[in-house]
Design a protein around this ligand. Structure first.
Ligand SMILES: *[C@@H]1O[C@H](CO)[C@@H](O)[C@H](O)[C@H]1NC(C)=O
Ligand SMILES: *[C@@H]1O[C@H](CO)[C@@H](O)[C@H](O)[C@H]1NC(C)=O
Ligand SMILES: *[C@@H]1O[C@H](CO)[C@@H](O)[C@H](O)[C@H]1NC(C)=O
Ligand SMILES: *[C@@H]1O[C@H](CO)[C@@H](O)[C@H](O)[C@H]1NC(C)=O
Ligand SMILES: *[C@@H]1O[C@H](CO)[C@@H](O)[C@H](O)[C@H]1NC(C)=O
Length: 412
């Protein structure tokens, strides 16, 4: 941390520190009039293009018992001088008291402010899905982004939705003696429908909040830029190659072969835009988030573009019967001398198979499922689709050529 503070001191200009001490009050009003303010928020927190492409019929296919949620949204501005020592930022000034939201990761957000100081633009998103048969399912989504407006003001915004859900119980007929109910196990296609539904709800929530924000400060819609980060087509093309398009949901007939009683993935996606000279510091700041191989790619790239994409084979824990994976990708693309774009995604997903019941002449027997080639394929297509969904939903501005293509299939 000391290292980080020293780093800022050298990057940021101390005269601003003087300014904040003297005036105590910085005039943020002029930021609302800046074309970049609205352009940044629209490109980062307007989910309309995702909503146009999403599969809105998914809601019909998932038998929810109930769902409940909590949400948070905030847009704010920090003056450059406030970032010189980010440990001094009073988080309640920026986020409010949060007394009913103990789950808000205040210290992590503070660390994000510190990352932002190194960047022209930064974006972090997470899709946390967890399902445990017989208990609850959870789907938490968050997005945080920041960018400098006219070199002096850091604009940041964040949106969180947390949802707990239960699926309807399944009624089992057992041995003609009694009826029993049981939790519902999932197939991969169910996971895709459920994440689609909660991502759509997240998108509606954020769109409404953004609309309110623009009204509240009568934000100027003049001078809006379609490409506020000034990225080149070359960069969009590299991203399109590395991350592909939104993928179709797995067909029901393929998905049905394997069922899961527990299934979880937390996908973290990060995009950073820096000057090429600041890129090594930006990579250093996030170095604890990646394993050695992708970190090395980001740290030692001497070409215009270097990429990494790998999923480690499953490790099996026989006690809990859990298969655990690790999947990561990373990309660094440098357009000398203008900017370096760094992107990566990572997850440590896991699952346990459902023990299936099969009826025989003598009664029900347990049938164990194996991690055969088909199960491996299903699992990796699920993860590929979820990784792609996460980056496309939250970073639509990086995929402008994809915007109006319908690539999701209609339900079969
Ligand atoms: C930053 O602020 C903290 C808390 O006020 C203080 O302890 C620390 O010495 C400051 N660091 C620098 C480099 O100013
Ligand atoms: C939260 O729950 C309400 C009531 O069920 C629902 O209308 C809303 O869409 C949900 N919001 C999110 C972000 O899931
Ligand atoms: C979001 O984008 C859509 C389509 O580009 C536009 O119609 C809508 O007004 C935007 N919403 C806000 C709050 O800017
Ligand atoms: C970038 O691509 C878009 C869409 O294909 C095209 O309209 C635009 O002219 C291109 N810009 C440059 C600078 O090549
Ligand atoms: C990972 O799995 C693949 C396919 O099942 C196999 O060919 C490969 O040898 C495995 N790699 C390691 C390091 O175990």
């Amino acid at each position: 941390m000391i290292f980080r503070l020293l780093l800022f001191s050298s990057i940021l200009n101390f005269s601003f520190l003087f300014q904040i001490i003297c005036s105590k009050k910085i005039n943020f009003e002029k930021v609302y009039k800046d074309g970049m303010y609205a352009s940044f928020l629209k490109s980062e927190f307007n989910y309309t293009s995702f909503l146009r492409r999403a599969d809105h019929t998914a809601e019909k296919y998932v038998p929810f018992q109930d769902t409940s949620n909590d949400t948070f949204f905030k847009v704010g501005i920090l003056h450059k001088s406030q970032l010189v020592n980010y440990t001094k930022i009073r988080m309640e000034d920026q986020l409010g008291t949060l007394k009913n939201k103990p789950w808000m990761p205040i210290n992590e957000i503070r660390e994000e402010f510190a990352n932002c100081a190194l960047l022209k633009f930064g974006s972090l998103s997470m899709h946390d899905f967890k399902y445990d048969k017989g208990m609850y399912g959870w789907m938490n989504i968050m997005k945080f982004s920041c960018a400098f407006v006219n070199d002096q003001f850091l604009v940041f915004a964040m949106a969180f939705t947390r949802t707990r859900f239960r699926l309807k119980q399944v009624i089992l007929k057992r041995q003609n003696t009694h009826w029993a109910t049981s939790g519902r196990s999932l197939i991969t296609r169910d996971v895709q429908k459920i994440t689609e539904i909660f991502t759509i709800r997240f998108a509606h929530f954020v769109n409404e909040k953004l609309e309110d924000e623009f009204h509240k400060h009568s934000v100027s819609m003049k001078n809006l830029e379609a490409n506020p980060l000034h990225l080149k087509n070359e960069t969009f093309e590299e991203l399109a190659v590395a991350y592909g398009r939104l993928r179709k949901h797995i067909k029901l007939s393929d998905s049905r072969g394997h069922t899961f009683s527990t299934l979880a993935f937390g996908i973290k996606s990060r995009i950073m835009l820096t000057s090429p000279t600041n890129a090594p510091q930006a990579v250093e700041a996030i170095s604890d988030e990646l394993s050695d191989a992708p970190l090395k790619v980001l740290d030692t790239c001497h070409k215009d573009i270097c990429t990494y994409d790998y999923m480690k084979n499953a490790t099996f824990n026989p006690k809990t019967e859990t298969y655990t994976y690790a999947k990561e990708n990373a990309l660094i693309h440098t357009v000398h001398p203008r900017y370096s774009l760094i992107a990566y995604q990572k997850s440590k997903p896991y699952f346990t198979f459902e023990t299936m019941k099969r009826k025989t002449a003598t009664g029900l027997i347990d049938v164990k499922q194996n991690l055969d080639a088909k199960a491996k394929n299903l699992w990796s297509s699920l993860l590929d689709q979820q990784f792609t969904l996460a980056i496309h939903v939250h970073n639509q501005e990086l995929f402008p050529f994809d915007r109006f293509h319908m690539t999701l299939d209609r339900p079969s």
